[in-house]
Design a protein around this ligand. Structure first.
Ligand code: ATP
Ligand code: MG
Length: 181
């Protein structure tokens, strides 16, 4: 089924140098001391999946995610993250068995997105992922505190999680858009 095969990052938070992480079949555990970048890695994934709140990425403005320098390194001007998804079962409605999603931002805050290296809007990425179960707010990303939050949600909020998992969010979304027109 649809899964993350690889993530490539440069200039994202603590990942100044190009960093490539391959996810083999099965479970991958990321371990490391405090401050080594575990949360940054999960934020890199969430950012490409469409996160639009800098605060949810522990920043004030979106370009705070660009590597801001360290004792031994000068700041970098661009952050770029690519997720490579295995789409052999065509869960994503696009005619590729491998789909790369890229998001890039520079220090001035200008940002770009790409699907399989072709420029697109962030909305094209989130639309593509809709109903695949891997959106930034979907069950595929469970951050600290999310479990409690899900159980404390109102029933209607909880229902939207099931709707996303069942693949009907797309239709609801279209219905909503049609009603607005
Ligand atoms: P813990 O086990 O404490 O949760 P962690 O492995 O999750 O730690 P992170 O929070 O991912 O660690 O990484 C924090 C580190 O990332 C800090 O050292 C911080 O300085 C660095 N960092 C965050 N944003 C940037 C940035 N924009 N530029 C450079 N470094 C950054
Ligand atoms: Mg952490």
């Amino acid at each position: 089924c649809l899964h993350l095969e690889r993530i490539e990052m440069t200039g994202f938070k603590s990942f100044a140098d190009k960093t490539v992480i391959e996810f083999d079949k099965g479970v991958t555990a990321i371990v490391g001391p405090n401050g080594s970048g575990k949360s940054n890695l999960s934020e890199a994934v969430r950012w490409v999946l469409g996160e639009q709140s800098a605060r949810n990425l522990r920043g004030k403005k979106m370009n705070d995610i660009v590597f801001s320098g360290s004792q031994s390194r000068k700041p970098i001007n661009i952050a770029e993250v690519t997720l490579v998804l295995n789409n052999e079962d065509h869960s994503l409605p696009i005619d590729f068995t491998e789909v790369s999603l890229t998001r890039r931002i520079n220090r001035n805050g200008d940002s770009d997105c790409f699907i399989n290296k072709k420029p697109c809007r962030l909305k094209d990425i989130t639309d593509l992922l809709m109903d695949s179960g891997i959106g930034k707010d979907s069950f595929s990303m469970i951050s600290q505190g999310k479990v409690e939050q899900i159980f404390q949600n109102k029933p209607e909020e909880r229902r939207s999680i099931f709707e996303d998992a069942a693949g009907i969010a797309k239709y609801k979304n279209r219905k909503g858009n049609a009603e607005k027109k």
